[in-house]
Ligand binder design. Structure first.
Ligand SMILES: *[C@@H]1O[C@H](CO)[C@@H](O)[C@H](O)[C@H]1NC(C)=O
Ligand SMILES: *[C@@H]1O[C@H](CO)[C@@H](O)[C@H](O)[C@H]1NC(C)=O
Length: 292
Protein backbone atom coordinates (compact mmCIF):
# COMPACT_ATOMS: atom_id res chain seq x y z
CA UNK A 1 0.00 0.00 0.00
CA UNK A 2 1.35 3.42 -0.91
CA UNK A 3 1.76 5.87 1.97
CA UNK A 4 -0.53 8.43 0.31
CA UNK A 5 -3.31 5.86 0.09
CA UNK A 6 -2.72 4.86 3.71
CA UNK A 7 -2.87 8.49 4.75
CA UNK A 8 -6.12 9.04 2.88
CA UNK A 9 -7.63 5.97 4.55
CA UNK A 10 -6.40 7.16 7.91
CA UNK A 11 -7.95 10.58 7.37
CA UNK A 12 -11.31 9.04 6.41
CA UNK A 13 -11.26 6.77 9.43
CA UNK A 14 -10.45 9.63 11.71
CA UNK A 15 -13.22 11.75 10.23
CA UNK A 16 -15.75 8.98 10.84
CA UNK A 17 -14.58 8.62 14.42
CA UNK A 18 -14.56 12.28 15.32
CA UNK A 19 -17.37 13.72 13.19
CA UNK A 20 -19.01 16.62 15.04
CA UNK A 21 -22.14 15.82 17.03
CA UNK A 22 -24.49 18.20 15.25
CA UNK A 23 -23.58 21.29 13.33
CA UNK A 24 -26.85 22.91 12.29
CA UNK A 25 -30.33 22.03 13.51
CA UNK A 26 -31.68 19.50 11.03
CA UNK A 27 -35.46 19.48 10.95
CA UNK A 28 -35.48 16.54 8.59
CA UNK A 29 -33.62 14.34 11.08
CA UNK A 30 -34.64 15.65 14.46
CA UNK A 31 -33.62 13.30 17.28
CA UNK A 32 -35.82 12.85 20.32
CA UNK A 33 -35.02 10.16 22.92
CA UNK A 34 -33.24 8.16 20.24
CA UNK A 35 -36.05 8.33 17.71
CA UNK A 36 -36.07 10.25 14.50
CA UNK A 37 -38.63 12.87 13.46
CA UNK A 38 -39.06 14.69 10.20
CA UNK A 39 -40.28 18.20 11.00
CA UNK A 40 -39.35 19.57 7.59
CA UNK A 41 -43.01 19.84 6.41
CA UNK A 42 -43.25 22.65 8.97
CA UNK A 43 -40.18 24.48 7.69
CA UNK A 44 -41.80 27.76 6.69
CA UNK A 45 -42.98 30.93 8.38
CA UNK A 46 -46.49 30.82 9.75
CA UNK A 47 -48.44 33.58 11.45
CA UNK A 48 -50.83 33.61 14.36
CA UNK A 49 -52.88 36.74 14.90
CA UNK A 50 -55.24 37.46 17.77
CA UNK A 51 -57.21 40.69 18.03
CA UNK A 52 -58.56 41.92 21.30
CA UNK A 53 -60.63 44.91 22.01
CA UNK A 54 -58.75 47.25 24.32
CA UNK A 55 -60.84 50.46 24.27
CA UNK A 56 -60.31 52.96 22.89
CA UNK A 57 -58.18 50.87 20.53
CA UNK A 58 -57.95 47.33 19.25
CA UNK A 59 -54.80 45.45 19.94
CA UNK A 60 -53.49 42.88 17.57
CA UNK A 61 -50.86 40.42 18.72
CA UNK A 62 -49.01 38.67 15.96
CA UNK A 63 -46.63 35.73 16.21
CA UNK A 64 -44.42 34.74 13.33
CA UNK A 65 -43.16 31.19 13.85
CA UNK A 66 -40.74 28.87 12.11
CA UNK A 67 -39.75 25.73 14.05
CA UNK A 68 -36.93 24.83 11.66
CA UNK A 69 -34.93 27.96 10.93
CA UNK A 70 -34.79 31.70 11.54
CA UNK A 71 -37.69 33.70 10.07
CA UNK A 72 -37.45 35.27 6.64
CA UNK A 73 -36.21 38.85 6.88
CA UNK A 74 -39.04 41.37 6.67
CA UNK A 75 -39.35 43.45 3.49
CA UNK A 76 -37.52 46.75 3.32
CA UNK A 77 -40.87 48.54 3.29
CA UNK A 78 -41.13 47.82 7.01
CA UNK A 79 -39.16 50.36 9.06
CA UNK A 80 -36.05 48.80 10.50
CA UNK A 81 -37.10 49.33 14.11
CA UNK A 82 -40.40 47.59 13.48
CA UNK A 83 -38.89 44.43 12.03
CA UNK A 84 -38.42 41.20 13.84
CA UNK A 85 -34.79 40.94 14.95
CA UNK A 86 -32.38 38.95 12.86
CA UNK A 87 -31.98 35.29 13.88
CA UNK A 88 -35.41 35.12 15.49
CA UNK A 89 -37.33 31.89 14.98
CA UNK A 90 -40.40 33.12 16.81
CA UNK A 91 -41.25 36.82 16.83
CA UNK A 92 -43.93 38.61 18.78
CA UNK A 93 -45.32 41.97 17.78
CA UNK A 94 -48.15 44.00 19.22
CA UNK A 95 -50.00 46.61 17.21
CA UNK A 96 -52.65 48.96 18.52
CA UNK A 97 -55.23 50.22 16.09
CA UNK A 98 -57.01 53.44 17.03
CA UNK A 99 -59.32 55.23 14.62
CA UNK A 100 -58.04 52.78 11.98
CA UNK A 101 -54.50 54.01 12.48
CA UNK A 102 -52.18 51.12 13.38
CA UNK A 103 -49.27 51.73 15.70
CA UNK A 104 -46.66 49.11 16.43
CA UNK A 105 -46.03 49.04 20.15
CA UNK A 106 -43.71 46.11 20.73
CA UNK A 107 -41.65 43.75 18.68
CA UNK A 108 -39.15 41.20 19.92
CA UNK A 109 -37.79 37.72 19.52
CA UNK A 110 -39.42 35.07 21.72
CA UNK A 111 -37.01 32.47 20.34
CA UNK A 112 -33.58 32.90 18.81
CA UNK A 113 -31.13 35.75 19.33
CA UNK A 114 -27.77 34.81 17.92
CA UNK A 115 -26.92 32.88 14.78
CA UNK A 116 -25.85 29.77 16.69
CA UNK A 117 -29.06 29.47 18.71
CA UNK A 118 -30.89 26.18 18.32
CA UNK A 119 -34.08 24.80 19.79
CA UNK A 120 -33.92 21.90 22.22
CA UNK A 121 -36.26 18.96 21.72
CA UNK A 122 -37.37 16.89 24.67
CA UNK A 123 -39.96 14.19 25.12
CA UNK A 124 -42.75 15.08 27.53
CA UNK A 125 -42.65 11.73 29.30
CA UNK A 126 -39.62 9.64 30.12
CA UNK A 127 -39.68 6.10 28.81
CA UNK A 128 -38.62 3.74 26.12
CA UNK A 129 -41.67 4.23 23.90
CA UNK A 130 -41.65 6.46 20.88
CA UNK A 131 -42.62 9.84 22.29
CA UNK A 132 -45.99 11.02 20.95
CA UNK A 133 -45.52 14.40 22.56
CA UNK A 134 -42.46 16.52 22.86
CA UNK A 135 -41.44 20.06 23.65
CA UNK A 136 -39.61 22.43 21.37
CA UNK A 137 -37.90 25.07 23.48
CA UNK A 138 -35.82 28.08 22.70
CA UNK A 139 -34.88 31.28 24.47
CA UNK A 140 -35.40 34.73 23.06
CA UNK A 141 -34.38 38.20 24.12
CA UNK A 142 -33.91 39.48 27.63
CA UNK A 143 -36.46 42.24 28.26
CA UNK A 144 -36.00 44.09 31.53
CA UNK A 145 -35.67 41.30 34.09
CA UNK A 146 -37.55 38.70 32.07
CA UNK A 147 -36.14 36.27 29.59
CA UNK A 148 -38.52 35.72 26.72
CA UNK A 149 -38.82 32.15 25.56
CA UNK A 150 -40.99 29.78 23.57
CA UNK A 151 -42.26 26.33 24.46
CA UNK A 152 -44.09 24.51 21.68
CA UNK A 153 -45.75 21.26 22.69
CA UNK A 154 -45.83 19.04 19.63
CA UNK A 155 -48.43 16.29 19.61
CA UNK A 156 -48.45 13.41 17.17
CA UNK A 157 -51.80 13.38 15.35
CA UNK A 158 -52.04 11.53 12.07
CA UNK A 159 -55.55 12.74 11.32
CA UNK A 160 -54.46 16.37 11.48
CA UNK A 161 -52.69 18.16 8.64
CA UNK A 162 -49.22 19.63 8.67
CA UNK A 163 -50.80 22.90 7.48
CA UNK A 164 -52.84 23.17 10.66
CA UNK A 165 -51.82 26.12 12.77
CA UNK A 166 -50.57 25.79 16.33
CA UNK A 167 -52.90 26.72 19.18
CA UNK A 168 -51.94 29.63 21.36
CA UNK A 169 -52.03 28.26 24.90
CA UNK A 170 -50.66 31.19 26.86
CA UNK A 171 -48.33 34.11 26.87
CA UNK A 172 -47.31 34.94 30.39
CA UNK A 173 -44.22 36.53 31.92
CA UNK A 174 -42.42 36.34 28.61
CA UNK A 175 -43.11 32.64 28.09
CA UNK A 176 -45.04 31.81 24.93
CA UNK A 177 -46.74 28.42 25.04
CA UNK A 178 -48.12 26.82 21.91
CA UNK A 179 -49.60 23.45 21.15
CA UNK A 180 -49.20 21.98 17.71
CA UNK A 181 -50.88 18.72 16.70
CA UNK A 182 -49.50 17.56 13.35
CA UNK A 183 -48.50 14.31 11.62
CA UNK A 184 -44.91 15.63 11.44
CA UNK A 185 -44.76 15.27 15.22
CA UNK A 186 -44.99 11.47 14.89
CA UNK A 187 -41.79 9.44 15.06
CA UNK A 188 -40.55 7.97 11.79
CA UNK A 189 -40.80 4.24 11.19
CA UNK A 190 -44.00 4.26 13.23
CA UNK A 191 -46.16 2.45 10.69
CA UNK A 192 -47.40 -0.68 12.42
CA UNK A 193 -44.03 -1.82 13.75
CA UNK A 194 -44.14 -0.04 17.04
CA UNK A 195 -42.31 -2.77 18.93
CA UNK A 196 -39.03 -1.59 17.46
CA UNK A 197 -38.77 0.56 20.57
CA UNK A 198 -40.10 -1.95 23.10
CA UNK A 199 -36.89 -3.83 23.83
CA UNK A 200 -34.92 -0.67 24.34
CA UNK A 201 -33.89 -0.23 27.94
CA UNK A 202 -35.00 3.13 29.33
CA UNK A 203 -31.43 4.15 30.06
CA UNK A 204 -30.76 3.81 26.37
CA UNK A 205 -32.71 6.94 25.62
CA UNK A 206 -30.09 9.59 26.14
CA UNK A 207 -27.14 8.17 24.30
CA UNK A 208 -28.45 8.68 20.79
CA UNK A 209 -28.66 12.41 21.12
CA UNK A 210 -25.58 13.15 19.09
CA UNK A 211 -25.18 10.31 16.64
CA UNK A 212 -27.11 11.02 13.50
CA UNK A 213 -26.78 7.73 11.70
CA UNK A 214 -27.80 4.15 12.29
CA UNK A 215 -30.58 5.09 14.65
CA UNK A 216 -33.51 4.47 12.33
CA UNK A 217 -34.38 1.27 14.13
CA UNK A 218 -34.27 2.45 17.71
CA UNK A 219 -32.80 -0.49 19.64
CA UNK A 220 -30.31 -1.65 17.04
CA UNK A 221 -28.75 1.81 16.94
CA UNK A 222 -26.52 1.20 19.94
CA UNK A 223 -25.08 -2.03 18.56
CA UNK A 224 -24.61 -0.46 15.16
CA UNK A 225 -22.61 2.33 16.80
CA UNK A 226 -20.46 -0.09 18.81
CA UNK A 227 -19.88 -2.26 15.75
CA UNK A 228 -18.90 0.75 13.63
CA UNK A 229 -16.54 1.87 16.37
CA UNK A 230 -14.87 -1.56 16.60
CA UNK A 231 -14.48 -1.83 12.84
CA UNK A 232 -13.07 1.71 12.70
CA UNK A 233 -10.56 0.97 15.44
CA UNK A 234 -9.51 -2.22 13.65
CA UNK A 235 -9.04 -0.38 10.36
CA UNK A 236 -7.07 2.31 12.15
CA UNK A 237 -4.85 -0.38 13.68
CA UNK A 238 -4.30 -2.01 10.29
CA UNK A 239 -3.54 1.27 8.54
CA UNK A 240 -1.15 2.48 11.24
CA UNK A 241 0.53 -0.94 11.37
CA UNK A 242 1.02 -1.08 7.63
CA UNK A 243 2.34 2.48 7.58
CA UNK A 244 4.76 1.70 10.39
CA UNK A 245 5.99 -1.47 8.70
CA UNK A 246 6.37 0.30 5.38
CA UNK A 247 7.97 3.50 6.54
CA UNK A 248 9.98 2.44 9.59
CA UNK A 249 10.65 -1.27 9.23
CA UNK A 250 10.73 -0.94 5.42
CA UNK A 251 8.94 -4.24 5.00
CA UNK A 252 7.32 -5.43 1.79
CA UNK A 253 4.59 -7.78 0.66
CA UNK A 254 2.90 -9.87 3.33
CA UNK A 255 5.36 -8.58 5.94
CA UNK A 256 3.46 -5.31 5.83
CA UNK A 257 0.65 -6.85 7.89
CA UNK A 258 1.09 -5.65 11.47
CA UNK A 259 1.79 -8.37 14.07
CA UNK A 260 1.86 -10.89 11.29
CA UNK A 261 3.04 -13.76 13.46
CA UNK A 262 0.12 -13.23 15.79
CA UNK A 263 -2.45 -13.07 12.99
CA UNK A 264 -0.96 -16.22 11.45
CA UNK A 265 -1.60 -18.02 14.76
CA UNK A 266 -4.96 -16.35 15.23
CA UNK A 267 -7.13 -18.92 13.39
CA UNK A 268 -5.52 -21.75 15.42
CA UNK A 269 -5.98 -19.82 18.64
CA UNK A 270 -9.66 -19.36 17.77
CA UNK A 271 -10.01 -23.03 16.92
CA UNK A 272 -8.32 -24.04 20.21
CA UNK A 273 -10.52 -21.70 22.15
CA UNK A 274 -13.68 -22.99 20.46
CA UNK A 275 -12.58 -26.57 21.08
CA UNK A 276 -11.96 -25.80 24.74
CA UNK A 277 -15.41 -24.20 25.12
CA UNK A 278 -17.02 -27.14 23.31
CA UNK A 279 -15.25 -29.67 25.53
CA UNK A 280 -16.30 -27.83 28.67
CA UNK A 281 -19.91 -27.48 27.59
CA UNK A 282 -20.32 -31.01 26.28
CA UNK A 283 -18.73 -32.34 29.47
CA UNK A 284 -16.15 -34.40 27.65
CA UNK A 285 -13.42 -32.95 29.83
CA UNK A 286 -15.12 -33.88 33.05
CA UNK A 287 -13.27 -37.18 33.15
CA UNK A 288 -9.97 -35.35 33.55
CA UNK A 289 -10.95 -32.76 36.13
CA UNK A 290 -13.98 -33.91 38.05
CA UNK A 291 -12.22 -35.94 40.74
CA UNK A 292 -10.84 -33.09 42.82
C1 LIG B 1 -56.94 41.79 13.37
O1 LIG B 1 -56.74 43.16 13.22
C2 LIG B 1 -56.00 43.52 12.05
C3 LIG B 1 -55.74 45.01 12.09
O2 LIG B 1 -56.89 45.71 12.40
C4 LIG B 1 -56.80 43.09 10.82
O3 LIG B 1 -56.07 43.42 9.64
C5 LIG B 1 -57.02 41.59 10.88
O4 LIG B 1 -57.81 41.17 9.81
C6 LIG B 1 -57.66 41.18 12.19
N1 LIG B 1 -57.64 39.74 12.28
C7 LIG B 1 -58.59 39.02 12.82
C8 LIG B 1 -58.37 37.54 12.87
O5 LIG B 1 -59.59 39.52 13.28
C1 LIG C 1 -56.40 14.90 15.67
O1 LIG C 1 -56.75 15.86 14.70
C2 LIG C 1 -58.07 15.75 14.24
C3 LIG C 1 -58.25 16.72 13.08
O2 LIG C 1 -57.73 17.98 13.40
C4 LIG C 1 -59.03 16.03 15.40
O3 LIG C 1 -60.37 15.92 14.97
C5 LIG C 1 -58.76 15.02 16.51
O4 LIG C 1 -59.54 15.30 17.64
C6 LIG C 1 -57.30 15.03 16.89
N1 LIG C 1 -57.04 13.89 17.78
C7 LIG C 1 -56.52 14.04 18.97
C8 LIG C 1 -56.27 12.80 19.75
O5 LIG C 1 -56.25 15.14 19.43
Amino acid sequence: MRPSLALALLATTFQTLTSPASAAFDCKKAQIAGFEYDLSPLAHDIFLVTNTSTPPSTSSVKYAINPCMPLQPMPDSVPKLDRCPENSWVCRSVTYVKDSVPRLEEVGSVAGVSKSDQPTLQATAEGSEKPREFHWKMDGVQVDQAKWSTDIKFVCNRSAKNDDLPKLVAYKDGLLELEWAVPAACALGDDGKDDGGKDKSPGDGGKDGNSDEGDDEGGSGFFATVFTLLVSVFILYLVLGVMYNYLVVRAHGLDLIPNRAFWREFPYLCADFAQHIWDTVSGRRRGGYSVV
